[in-house]
Design a protein around this ligand. Structure first.
Ligand code: AMP
Length: 421
């Protein structure tokens, strides 16, 4: 046994067995650093984005605490609470709990907005060991008296910066105020804007800080390219690129929901299987699009930044930024959707003259210039603004084929903390 494998981190056998069944051979950097500290009851500030393995980094030690501490949840109560900004992310965390807790006898449930609350109320009635929730629905159910948080001993805020972007921080603070101070608290965020620094100071107690900088992700794993193109030719350029079959599983990012719809529609008209995913779509439509994408029935997912936060699909070969984001951090989030779990990936960004300043901001953030690729539009594409019918390759090779009862020890110290959320 060494510290390079999961059992060397102090995890019990039912958890290491479940992790092996997932095909993880060794812990990711955030897992190696965070798991021993969390098993030792520390609070944690994790600067990490999706793709780093952060979900297992927080779930595995929490599951172990739940088993070893042996307490049972009271009616309508929960012992561990995980807050996630989007419904997709909440569902994925729920799936991870199912996978990692396979050999344990623990109850968990996921509650989220946009769907009927009755099954959620029913699932909560007996109490759960782990509750995964989006903030709005949780507050709503709390106000109706269907859930109480007085038993919560482990609290995780996942993707805190995205909660801020989505306007959830007030709700989050309200929820935290209803949880006892005597708890273990974990906060994960890909970026640390001022408000998140303040939130972390308010709710974490002497946290261990683990920073797995997204910069390494962008620099090391994802091959990045910029194509300068007039805005009116972006649709044609996209169809041109997609004529190359090496772009097997592609996420296209737009800035607005409206543009996402339009791009998906144009691709559909050009015979390319595509679906849009954004906040105006119903939960059922978003799930359908994601399932289709995972099963390869849909080749191109057209997404806005917020909707994309929870997309956890391995094997995304290419990310295409149809429009550059105005926040440079979003660029890092976006391209982190490819090159996950050790695979390679490619990110191609379209930049029209009005977006040059966004590009500069991105290059400043990632600390390097992105290579420019010259692309000559195919004859069909050059003559029109919308994607041509399944045009053949323009001769330019974009297609890189990526390889493819609660534990009290250590927590008593929190009793004296004076700060509330
Ligand atoms: P996350 O950052 O938690 O969203 O995880 C990103 C992806 O990495 C998920 O598909 C996980 O299943 C996968 N993953 C997590 N930990 C490991 C590991 N130690 N080895 C390989 N893949 C992992």
């Amino acid at each position: 046994m060494n510290t390079k494998d999961f059992s060397g981190l102090g995890l019990i056998e039912p958890l290491t067995r479940a992790v092996e069944a997932q095909g993880y051979s060794k812990p990711t950097p955030i897992q190696s650093k965070a798991i021993p500290e969390l098993l030792d009851d520390a609070d944690l500030l994790g600067i990490a984005q999706t793709g780093s393995g952060k979900t297992a980094a927080f779930l595995l030690p929490i599951l172990q605490h739940l088993v070893q501490d042996g307490g049972r949840p009271s009616r309508k109560g929960a012992i561990a609470l995980i807050l996630a900004p989007t419904r997709e992310l909440a569902l994925q965390i729920g799936d991870s709990v199912t996978a990692y807790a396979k050999h344990l006898r623990l109850r968990h449930t996921v509650i989220l907005g946009g769907v009927n609350q009755n099954p959620q109320v029913k699932a909560l009635a007996k109490g759960v060991d782990i509750l995964v929730a989006t903030p709005g629905r949780l507050l709503d159910l709390q106000q109706q008296g269907h859930v109480h948080l007085g038993d919560v001993a482990h609290l995780v805020l996942d993707e805190a910066d995205r909660m801020l972007d989505m306007g959830f921080i007030k709700d989050v603070r309200k929820i935290v105020r209803s949880i006892p101070n005597d708890r273990q608290t974990l906060l994960f965020s890909a970026t640390m804007p001022k408000e998140i620094v303040r939130l972390a100071e308010d709710i974490l107690y002497e946290p261990v800080r683990v920073d797995v900088a997204p910069k390494t992700v962008t620099a090391d794993k994802v091959e990045q390219r910029i194509i300068h193109v007039p805005a009116a030719k972006k649709g044609a350029l996209l169809a041109d690129l997609l004529a190359d079959e090496a772009l097997q599983r592609v996420i296209v990012f737009t800035r607005t929901k409206h543009r996402a719809n339009r791009v998906a529609k144009q691709l559909g008209q050009a015979g390319i299987e595509a679906a849009a995913i954004h906040g105006n779509k119903s939960q059922a439509a978003r799930q359908r699009a994601l399932e289709g994408f995972k099963s390869n029935a849909i080749r191109v997912l057209v997404a806005t930044d917020i909707a994309a936060r929870g997309i956890d699909v391995d094997g995304v070969t290419h990310v295409i930024n149809f429009e550059l984001p105005n926040e440079p951090e979003s660029y890092v989030h976006r391209i982190g959707r490819t090159a996950r779990a050790g695979a390679d990936g490619m990110a191609v960004s379209f930049c029209d003259p009005a977006e040059r300043d966004h590009l500069k901001g991105i290059e400043r953030l990632i600390g390097r210039r992105i290579a420019i690729e010259e692309h000559t539009l195919s004859a069909a594409a050059a003559n029109e603004d919308s994607p041509p019918q399944n045009s053949k390759k323009s001769g330019k090779t974009h297609g890189k084929r990526p390889g493819g009862g609660k534990r009290r020890s250590g927590r008593n110290r929190r009793r004296n903390r004076t700060k509330a959320a």
